[in-house]
Design a protein around this ligand. Structure first.
Ligand SMILES: [Zn+2]
Length: 234
């Protein structure tokens, strides 16, 4: 099949390649429990969690946004869905203790803890190559959509679509007139959130490579993230 023909092109196809394709944490995405991993700036990674396990996502510099997705391990057509989460919670941003549901309205994660001020985004689509084109970038630019596709491919999985991500630490306030702002994160160095898997799930994190709009700090420098998976507790 000619994948360059737009007629045949699937949204699962990446627009370019970066090291996310070749640097999985393991061949099947299973983590070493308790090990602290670094997610390099501008890259993505997939982590397979079993029900009850907890992911701690850490912002070492405080200024970095993480695009986060969660898919049912049994079939990636079911995934954490921001529009369903907002309807279930009747608010735009989840808080500690909130369940995060799928497009089938089943809980897939629970946001357990949040040491940051709780400013996150559920409204903005993942960045992608057309987004950078629209911002005037003429060449290939790392992007969260490709990081999702590449990180899944690195563990032998793929998704047909790029769901709206949970944009952890992204600061896009909506004013009373409905206008959306694009501001640096208010999180501090070392802030973290913890999420519990409510079913076996494939999580994907992208250290957003946005360096045109100041969502990753006023200096527009994307930086690394860190994460650790903890065992299920009774
Ligand atoms: Zn991004």
């Amino acid at each position: 099949m000619d994948w360059t023909n737009p007629h045949y092109r699937s949204n699962a196809q990446f627009d370019g390649i970066n090291p996310s394709l070749h640097t999985p944490i393991s061949p099947d995405g299973r983590p070493v429990i308790g090990e602290r991993y670094t997610l390099a700036a501008r890259q993505g990674v997939a982590v397979v969690l079993r029900q009850g396990e907890r992911l701690q996502l850490i912002n070492p510099h405080g200024s970095q946004v993480c695009d986060l997705w969660a898919f049912c391990a049994d079939g990636l057509h079911e995934f954490m869905s921001m529009e369903h989460v907002r309807a279930q919670l009747s608010r735009t941003v989840p808080r500690a203790g909130d369940p995060l549901c799928t497009n089938r309205r089943r809980p897939i994660l629970t946001l357990l803890d949040d040491s940051s001020p709780g400013v996150h985004d559920t409204l903005i689509a993942a960045c992608d190559l057309p987004r950078y084109r629209s911002l005037g970038v003429p060449h290939y630019h790392d992007n969260c959509s490709d990081n999702l596709r590449l990180a899944l491919a690195a563990i032998g999985r793929h998704t047909q679509e790029v769901p709206a991500p949970f944009n952890v630490w992204m600061n896009n306030p909506v004013d009373g007139d409905g206008n959306i702002g694009w501001l640096p994160p208010v999180s501090q160095p070392g802030d973290s959130i913890s999420l519990r898997a409510e079913m076996d799930a494939v999580l994907v994190m992208s250290a957003c490579p946005q360096d045109v709009v100041p969502v990753n700090g006023a200096d527009c420098v994307p930086r690394e993230l860190a994460f650790c998976v903890h065992m299920a507790t009774a």
